[in-house]
Design a protein around this ligand. Sequence first.
Ligand SMILES: [Zn+2]
Ligand SMILES: [Zn+2]
Length: 213
Amino acid sequence: MKLTVVYDNAVQKSGLRADHGFSCLIEAPDTPKILFDTGADGSILLHNMKKLDIEPKDIGIVIISHPHHDHTGGLTDIMAANRDAEFYLPHSFRGRLSARRTTKINQPCEIRPGIFTTGVLRGKEQSLVINTGRGLLVVVGCSHPGVGNILDAAARFGQVYGIIGGLHGFRQFDRLNPLSLICPCHCTQYKSKIKRLFLDRCLPCGAGLILEL
Ligand SMILES: [Zn+2]
Ligand SMILES: [Zn+2]
C-alpha cells in the first residue's frame, strides 16, 4: 500500500503548501483510493492534490476522522469535484452533505477487506487501520480519544506496525515502544521529543511525504 500526505502543518515537497490541518491519500491493492480527512482549506487541498498528481475524480472513498474544521475544511470542494465517492463520517458529524452515498460510523467495522475503522472512540473521533504486508498501520486525525486508546482499539484487528497522523498532546511515550514506524504529524505537540526518543523509527511528516509499506 501507498500513503501520501496531502495536507499538513509542514511541507516536504517544493510547490506544496503547508497549513494547519491534515489529509492523506491511501492507495491499497483492489481498493478504491481513500482520502482520509480533507485539511482546513479546500483550495490548498486541491492545490496540493494537483501538485501530487492526485485527481479528485479518482477518489472512491472519503473518510472523516472527526468534525473539526482542520479536517473537514476541504469536504465541500472534494464533493463538488467528485459526486460519486462514498463518504464515511463519524456519528458526531452534523450538517448536511450533498454526496450521494454517506455512511455514519459509530462502531468498529471493516470498510473494505483489510481496511478498518476503530469506530468513534469516546464519542470523539475514528481512526483508520490498514492491513499492510508488515502489520497494521494506524492513521489518525488528531488523536483526541488518546493515542493509547486508539492503539488498543486497533489491536483488535491484529499486530500494529506503525502510526501516522496528529498525536495532539500525547506524552505516554512508552506506548510507542512496540511500534516499528512512528510518523507524528499535524497537531503533535511533542514532535521533537518523540523524534529524540525513537530516532531509528520516527519519520518526519509533511505534505508530500510518501510511505510505501
Ligand atoms: Zn486537527
Ligand atoms: Zn481535532
